[in-house]
Design a protein. Sequence first.
Length: 92
Amino acid sequence: MQFHPDILEVNSNVEILTNAYIEHLILPEKFKNDLLHIALASVHNVDILVSWNFKHIVHYDKIAKFNAVNLEYGFRQIIILSPREVSTYEEN
């Protein structure tokens, strides 16, 4: 599934999951937009989230914590990768 912001809405499940990430101290509330990004993708069953945000999103410890909270709240785990992990380059 590709990310289409116009079809993904912030609903009560997204808000609950975002707040759960804050309560579990994955990131401080001042980074709520990053948490909202993960919650939107999780609630709307996005297959893979690709991000350049290595500090808050594409970070091994953070991914494990996001997925632990997702499972606790009844959502599936999310795959989070960097653009480098999903792109290929052909040699001429």
